[in-house]
Design a protein around this ligand. Structure first.
Ligand SMILES: Nc1ncnc2c1ncn2[C@@H]1O[C@H](COP(=O)(O)OP(=O)(O)OP(=O)(O)O)[C@@H](O)[C@H]1O
Length: 230
């Protein structure tokens, strides 16, 4: 089927530095994620999880390997095959450990701005942002600045922002690290729902083994190598 995979990462390797200071952070890491599938990425500190996620997120290119997103070849080694900036904005939603909301914009404006950056009118963006916040259960807090929201609410706004442009791919780097286990689980369930209902491919880096049942697939990194858990 055309575009059956949200992400195909093939033999990704990343080398930082050279000579004595060379670090091989990722070695031939491969992963195939279908649309509608949510995968957890586990592994000890320093095993290469962030390196993998930022490579696939087109933030930090691999030294070698191939990245195909939504059926389109985007990276061949360090060579980009498309305009990475606009590709990223249109197709990839990123959620970080801390919500990284813009502190002087309201919850609504934080979501609205990413829609406007993608060419939607102000009015359209406002309506769509409000609708997303409503769907995520924080619509009544849309006028609040991030500092007035709890960690879990801020993370919901960050998820709304990541979903705003209906990306094929959502990448989350320890999105629940700042949350208690109940709220952490809610955020994980939200990602699973987004994958299953919107057909996005979602990868979540996590250290939290308590919510692993929400994932369709579990990958683990060790010393830069990727394994799929059976
Ligand atoms: N910019 C960099 N320059 C040099 N080495 C780096 C750089 N970024 C990461 N590394 C090294 O690459 C390896 C993998 O790091 P990475 O951040 O991908 O691990 P991680 O699994 O995400 O760790 P954590 O769970 O602690 O966030 C580590 O040995 C790290 O020290």
């Amino acid at each position: 089927m055309d575009n059956y995979f949200a992400i195909e990462a093939i033999d990704l390797t990343k080398v930082y530095g050279s000579g004595n200071t060379e670090v091989i952070a990722m070695k031939n890491a491969s992963l195939q994620l279908k649309r509608g599938e949510i995968a957890a990425l586990l592994g000890p500190s320093g095993s290469g999880k962030s390196t993998f996620l930022t490579a696939v997120g087109l933030i930090n290119p691999p030294t070698s390997g191939t990245i195909i997103i939504g059926g389109q070849l985007v990276m061949e080694g360090q060579q980009s095959q498309t305009n990475l900036r606009s590709f990223r904005r249109q197709h990839i939603g990123y959620v970080f450990q801390k919500s990284n909301l813009i502190p002087f914009l309201t919850a609504l404006e934080n979501v609205q701005i990413s829609l406007e950056l993608n060419g939607n009118s102000k009015r359209e963006s406002q309506d769509k942002a409000q609708q997303l916040l409503d769907e995520l259960g924080i619509g009544e807090r849309s006028d609040n600045l991030p500092s007035m929201l709890s960690g879990g609410q801020q993370q919901r706004v960050a998820v709304a922002r990541a979903l705003a442009n209906q990306p094929n791919v959502i990448l989350a780097d320890e999105p629940t690290a700042a949350l208690d286990s109940k709220r952490g689980r809610q955020v994980m369930e939200l990602f699973a729902q987004v994958a299953h209902t919107r057909g996005a491919g979602v990868i979540v880096v996590t250290h939290d083994h308590r919510a692993l049942d929400v994932f369709d697939t579990i990958y683990e990194m060790e010393d830069g190598m990727m394994h799929q858990e059976l």
